[in-house]
Design a protein around this ligand. Structure first.
Ligand code: AMP
Length: 505
């Protein structure tokens, strides 16, 4: 997967000037033989960008702050150097009893904990190192037995680990490397207190690696409290790597979004759609409305219990449910093939999230379709997205038949008539949006019906003229298909146990 990697320079954290090293092959990384052999068995010869940038400083014992999401090869980026360290570093043989974990990985969900544990077992298969996952939702019996047998790497969800710590069933005194994976998702799931308690129970002298797909203020704060002089790496998918995604945009009032969504999803050409909502409540509302309209939909977000999320995912994966409504955080790490459509019901306020979202469709050489709804209060988000992706997303004029609910005789809504203005002032949400006030738009229930139609027509003309011939064609193609898709729809601190850095580099 092609990625663009760059060094993060966030003012809230001290910045180490770390120069990335061009690494053509794993074999040039001076890794222990059994680990190189396991990578080779897997057919991995060339590190992904995050691996190329993360492995050398982690081997040297630095703390690391990685801004990257699942799918970038992030797991091996920490598992490989951790295994190398544990394999090459002699155990304290004077200690009696079973081996206690020397590396601790915290992950938000049981699925991810399992996946990480599997990676440690795969990359460590030719070593004598042992990894075990522990998570809630099942009896702790087997997990405690595994701990008693002795392990080197513990991969845990914060809740179950706290339970075992409170029962004094887990000994974390020997942890040398602490890894937090998908930290933003853990915070979103309310794990900040367990994370603080767990990190307080670890030895002060340790190496800490923190990975997060986004860097909101709470993550920067957490990173500041846990990491010492970290190397910072950010990996973002490059806009030019999404050529197989056909993007289009509806500029519609907020109230019109559910109606247009229904119309789009009633088209059977939309085989498997992922709909993004900015909020958890929004995701629930959308799902409810779609279900009422006879469209099979499920929601996943941070407020859903683990088993609910699993059930929803299984239903979506198996095709029993055609639509999955998700928040950015919940959708992260989801590995679902053949998503034909990504629909941004709300535009994300971080433009990078747009790229991540639409990258969920159009995988494995298939053409994907990304449709975004932009209400007047989201225009600054749209500008930020277009600036990042260096494209102007083709705008679609909403066909008349999409302007009222397919399920009722409700009044049609009026299209937002204000033009897409040239950007003025700094990027970011508008004042009125930031303050939570609802921005004004030509709402479909407030104005007179007749006048509305006229305005919509005039607005369509204006917009076509503004957007140029390309947009006009897109609009026509769109209007020619019942779903509005046209043809497209078919288709350096010292690490404890010194000498590692010297031994490796
Ligand atoms: P992750 O981001 O860790 O979930 O990894 C995403 C996928 O990339 C997983 O299926 C990994 O097995 C795979 N992968 C990780 N590293 C490499 C590599 N160097 N070359 C090819 N595939 C890789």
């Amino acid at each position: 997967m092609g990625m663009v990697a760059q060094i993060l320079t966030r003012p809230a954290l001290s910045v180490r000037s770390y120069r990335s090293i061009f690494v053509p092959k794993f074999s040039s990384l001076d890794l222990a033989k059994p680990i190189l052999a396991a990578l080779s068995d897997k057919g991995y010869h060339t590190p992904t960008p995050i691996q190329a940038q993360a492995i050398p400083p982690v081997l040297e014992g630095h703390d690391l702050l990685g801004c990257a999401q699942t799918g970038t090869g992030k797991t091996a980026a920490f598992a490989v150097p951790v295994l190398h360290h544990l394999h090459t570093q002699k155990l304290d043989t004077t200690r009696k009893g079973p081996r206690t974990p020397r590396a601790l990985v915290l992950a938000p969900t049981r699925e991810l904990a399992n996946q990480i544990d599997e990676s440690f077992n795969t990359y460590g298969q030719h070593t004598n190192l042992r990894s075990t996952p522990i998570f809630g939702g099942m009896s702790q019996h087997h997990q405690v037995r595994a701990l008693r047998r002795g392990i080197d790497v513990l991969v845990a969800t914060p809740g179950r680990l706290m339970d075992l710590m409170e029962q004094r069933l887990v000994d974390l005194r020997d942890v040398e490397i602490f890894i937090l994976d998908e930290a933003d998702r853990m915070l979103d799931m309310g794990f900040i207190d367990p994370i603080r308690k767990i990190s307080a129970a670890l030895p002060k002298r340790r190496q800490t690696l923190l990975f997060s797909a986004t860097m909101p203020q709470n993550i920067v704060k957490l990173a500041n409290s846990l990491l010492t002089d970290p190397v910072k790496i950010t990996i973002t998918p490059h806009a030019s790597e999404i050529p197989l995604v056909k993007q289009s945009l509806y500029q519609i009032p907020r109230d019109a979004k559910p109606v247009v969504l229904e119309h789009i999803l009633l088209d059977e050409a939309v085989e498997r759609a992922l709909v993004f909502s900015r909020t958890k409540h929004g995701a629930d509302r959308i799902t409810k409305r779609l279900s009422k309209a006879g469209i099979s939909a499920v929601a996943i977000h941070g407020d859903k219990a683990q088993n609910q999320r699993l059930r929803a995912l299984q239903a979506f994966r198996s095709g029993r449910v055609r639509v999955l409504v998700a928040t950015d955080v919940a959708a992260r790490g989801l590995d679902v093939d053949a998503i034909t459509h990504v629909i941004n019901f709300d535009l994300p306020n971080e433009p990078e999230a747009y790229v991540h979202r639409i990258g969920r469709t159009g995988r494995a050489g298939a053409e994907g379709i990304a449709i975004s709804f932009c209400s007047p209060d989201e225009r600054n988000y749209l500008r930020a997205i277009e600036r990042l992706t260096k494209t102007r997303i083709k705008q679609v004029i909403v066909p008349m038949e999409m302007r009222s609910s397919p399920q009722s005789d409700a009044q049609p809504y009026i299209e937002d008539e204000s033009p897409r203005p040239a950007r003025q002032g700094p990027r970011g949400p508008r004042q009125d949006h930031a303050s939570g006030k609802k921005p004004p738009f030509a709402g479909h229930k407030s104005a007179g019906h007749k006048g509305k139609k006229k305005t919509a027509k005039a607005s369509s003309k204006k917009r076509q003229a503004r957007s140029g011939p390309g947009a006009s064609n897109a609009a026509n193609a769109h209007a020619s298909h019942p779903s509005g898709f046209g043809a497209a729809g078919k288709r350096k601190r010292e690490r404890p146990g010194t000498g590692v850095a010297k031994a490796v580099r």
